[in-house]
Design a protein around this ligand. Sequence first.
Ligand SMILES: NC(=O)C1=CN([C@@H]2O[C@H](COP(=O)(O)OP(=O)(O)OC[C@H]3O[C@@H](n4cnc5c(N)ncnc54)[C@H](OP(=O)(O)O)[C@@H]3O)[C@@H](O)[C@H]2O)C=CC1
Ligand SMILES: CC(C)(CO)C(=O)C(=O)O
Length: 364
Amino acid sequence: MNAFVNPVDQRPLRVGVAGAGAIGCTLAALLARAGAAVHVLARGASLTSLRRDGVRLRRQGQCLQAAVVASDDAHALGPQDVLFLCAKAQDVARLLQAALPMVGPQTCVVPLVNGVPWWYFQALPGPWQGRAVRAVDADGALLALLPVAQIAGAVVFITAERLGPGEVLSDNPLLLVLGELDHSLQSDRLQRIAVWLERAGIEARIAPQIRDTLWTKVLANLTSNPLSVIAGATLQNIYGDARLQPIVRQMLQEGLALAAACGARIAFAPASFMAEGAAMGEVRTSMLQDFEAGRSLELAAIGDAVLELARLQGMAMPVTERVIALAHFRDEARSAHADAAAREPATSMTTTMTITDRIQEVSP
Ligand SMILES: NC(=O)C1=CN([C@@H]2O[C@H](COP(=O)(O)OP(=O)(O)OC[C@H]3O[C@@H](n4cnc5c(N)ncnc54)[C@H](OP(=O)(O)O)[C@@H]3O)[C@@H](O)[C@H]2O)C=CC1
Ligand SMILES: CC(C)(CO)C(=O)C(=O)O
């Protein structure tokens, strides 16, 4: 978008970033360097590192460093103009709860989170208006935390990875698509945020129907992330390997039918989508990276929530359902294996001691 500058509000934007991971640090670094007043809610090693060295973004051969205000106490950071929630979907409820003191009556809260969001059924008329998406917000607790009017939708087209606490790498083009939940086009708050994102070097588009953009990203994540975990596959494998392609094609067909039933109008050509995906090469999805690092997976938001929407629509997604089930199976098997491995040293120690004791018993 062109650099539209709202004449009524030229103050530096107070930006809250909750979650100092790959996306949070990328945004914090770029916005702080553009002159925004950036306040990061962080914890543990990330907090120590941000306080000591600022946030560091490695980008296209440069190290971009910036000082930010960081705390693990949201009260100390105070209300912001915009609060970006930057965490895995399963951590968002706890993160938002912790970040609430950064939300004043005028704060716009923008979740930068993959998958079907908890706000999906809010602010638009429809048969399930007001309903929580149970896969990501089982008891509606997330919905209850904030007035819907304070939330804006967003879809993240950024790739970033953590190099260490407070330090991230992001080399590809940066794009955020923003949109009001009620699909209204006139939004001073989003325009102001978009101006600052553009100043920071992040392309910002305001979508007339944010749910349409959301579906394109959901379909990308749905077809690649769970399969990457099941098969240990890269994007090139998933979209290019003759043994995986038929599964992806079927999932795309099921997903596109569901998106259309949910009212999304998206221009989506499966063949070129798959060719572009394969051309991305040896990319390991974020879910595969989480799996390999022993972290929890975003299967609820990327998989279960889609199946929940399908059930509401009375639609079957047989292949998708099996793929998601397999990914859960691998996740649970990995966790069980990790638990057993954690117990093992104690067992061998006991065994060793028992044998040693016996040897001593029979020794003169
Ligand atoms: N990285 C990428 O390239 C892309 C990511 N996305 C999506 O963006 C979202 C964010 O991803 P990403 O930045 O990669 O995730 P990361 O795992 O890198 O970062 C999440 C951060 O949130 C912090 N956090 C979680 N819970 C809390 C809490 N209660 N209090 C304080 N901090 C907390 C974590 O802290 P700690 O380290 O202490 O656990 C971590 O620093 C996800 O939905 C992801 O799928 C979308 C497109 C691309
Ligand atoms: C690479 C991509 C686009 C795959 O869906 C992604 O978003 C992820 O890794 O989570």
